[in-house]
Design a protein around this ligand. Structure first.
Ligand code: PLP
Length: 459
């Protein structure tokens, strides 16, 4: 399997090259040159464990890695999950909730980032090279990325977060990791300042090459690939129905793009219900075909407070019949004018139904799910549950993706269900543990000096 860029400037990459490149060097996103048809294998999937299923689905995409090594790597990726099923499917009222939060940091990002950490390790060992990951986080991504690579030889990770602006739990999930290769950098600025620092340092190409800087954001194709697996998994747990629908709370279009890819691979998925919070750029797009930037508003589902969806371009590329010139033009219009317009809305456009859910609807849904079904959801999951209730079809099962454990977002949960017990032993254990972080000025030269010094100290 070879990989190329949605904008046409990169092609012929192996899977390992695609993983190491992250964002394509022409500014586009990396996609496979063809999509395998898994329909002939579907009937064999129902008896497989999660790691075995993940191996079967992902192996055709990663054919430059020795199959036995790849199988072991996939198994290690899910060894730290706290549930025997990895992602259990739980009936809640009229829907089935797929719990994706049983990994080390209790958010669905572990499903992809545990795998990406193992993959980086394998590729770096094979090439005898090193990687310095630089990332900025406002919440879940930082801790999941750290958990994916902590203690791994040949990798250092530098995660920036805005001092005092992540939740105390999210900060502890990062700063209690004391492995030598983990650097938590608290920046005296906002999340935007952290992202600007990231961009400035990455744009110094000489520095980037000299220190082998890499990224872990959701544009990496390996993350999307790992997320396709649980769409197949939920179908097997439902008993392999002829059709089913899935509701996905999304911000960057990463999670739902994986569902789109699964459907293209032959999974009998009927509709993808795309649920956003008040930051509704994606919901407006699937209403009108117009992709237009708005201002970011703060909601009670903060991991989806995003206006520019970094994975959207992958869907766009397929919707435009893999025409990289049209894709590039659309994205340039969006860049320059803050809006792009899709003229042809046939085909896969109507695989999606989209809607935006307000903070108040989120709280009400969280409360009614607790009252009616004894199920405590996190606010991101509740955004999906609310929209799912509007799209139920009595003949077709509905899966709702649960993206975080409720204890990670206790403020919204406590507002919806005052006094409810909402904890998790993994988070409780962090209380009182030693922490380490370094305070850094909002200045790119200071950040570069820090990275240089860390690399010279030989850790
Ligand atoms: C990251 C995240 C999301 C959104 O995922 P996308 O890949 O942006 O679609 C939803 N819920 C939680 C809890 C998250 O951490």
């Amino acid at each position: 399997m070879k990989y190329r860029s949605t904008r046409g400037g990169v092609e012929g990459l192996s899977f390992s090259d695609a993983v190491m490149m992250g964002l394509a060097t022409d500014g586009g996103l990396i996609v496979p040159e063809s999509i395998p048809d898994l329909r002939p294998s579907l009937s064999q999937f129902s008896s497989l464990s999660y790691p075995d299923l993940a191996f079967q689905i992902m192996q055709p995409f990663a054919d430059d890695i020795d199959a036995r090594a790849f199988e072991a790597l996939v198994a290690r990726s899910y060894a730290q999950f706290q549930h025997a099923e990895i992602a259990p499917l739980v009936p809640v009222g009229n829907v089935h909730v797929l719990e994706l939060f049983h990994g080390p940091t209790l958010a669905f990002k572990d499903i992809a980032l545990q795998f990406l950490g193992e993959l980086f390790s394998h590729i770096l060992a094979a090439r005898g090279s090193e990687l310095n990951i630089l990332g900025a986080t406002s919440g879940d991504t930082g801790s999941a990325a750290i958990a994916g690579v902590r203690g791994k030889p040949g990798i250092r990770i530098f995660i920036m977060f805005p001092e005092g602006r992540t939740s105390p739990i999210q900060e502890r999930q990062m700063t209690t990791v004391l492995d030598d290769n983990v650097y938590n950098l608290s920046i005296d600025g906002s999340f935007d300042d952290c992202q600007n620092l990231l961009k400035t340092v990455f744009s110094d190409l000489e520095f980037k090459a000299r220190f082998s800087l890499g990224a872990v954001n959701s544009v990496n194709f390996a993350r999307v690939l790992a997320q396709t697996v649980y769409y197949f998994w939920s179908w097997t747990r439902l008993g392999c129905p002829e059709q089913f629908d899935v509701t996905v709370p999304t911000g960057n279009f990463g999670n739902i793009f994986a569902g789109f890819l699964a459907k293209k691979m032959g999974l009998p998925l009927r509709k993808l219900i795309l649920a956003t919070n008040q930051n509704d750029i994606l919901a407006r797009f699937f209403d009108s075909g117009v992709y237009q930037r708005g201002a970011v508003g703060f909601s009670n589902s903060p991991a989806m407070d995003i206006q520019v969806a970094s994975n959207f371009e992958r869907y766009l590329y397929y919707q435009l019949d893999e025409d990289s010139v049209a894709c590039r033009t659309f994205m340039q219009d969006f860049q320059n004018q803050g809006r792009g317009i899709l003229l042809d809305r046939s085909g896969a456009f109507d695989w999606f139904s989209a809607g935006s859910v307000s903070d108040q609807e989120t709280i009400e849904c969280l409360r009614s799910t607790w009252m009616d079904s004894d199920y405590l959801a996190d606010p991101h999951t509740a955004v999906g549950l609310h929209l799912a209730s509007r799209h139920l079809d009595s003949n077709i099962p509905m899966v709702c993706l649960a993206t975080a454990h409720p204890a990670k977002f206790d403020a919204a949960v406590a507002e919806a269900v005052p006094g409810v017990t909402n904890s998790h032993p993994t988070l409780d254990r962090l209380q009182g543990q030693a922490t380490r972080k370094v305070e850094i000025q909002d200045d790119p030269e200071t950040l570069k000096d820090f990275i240089r010094a860390a690399c010279q100290n030989g850790h």
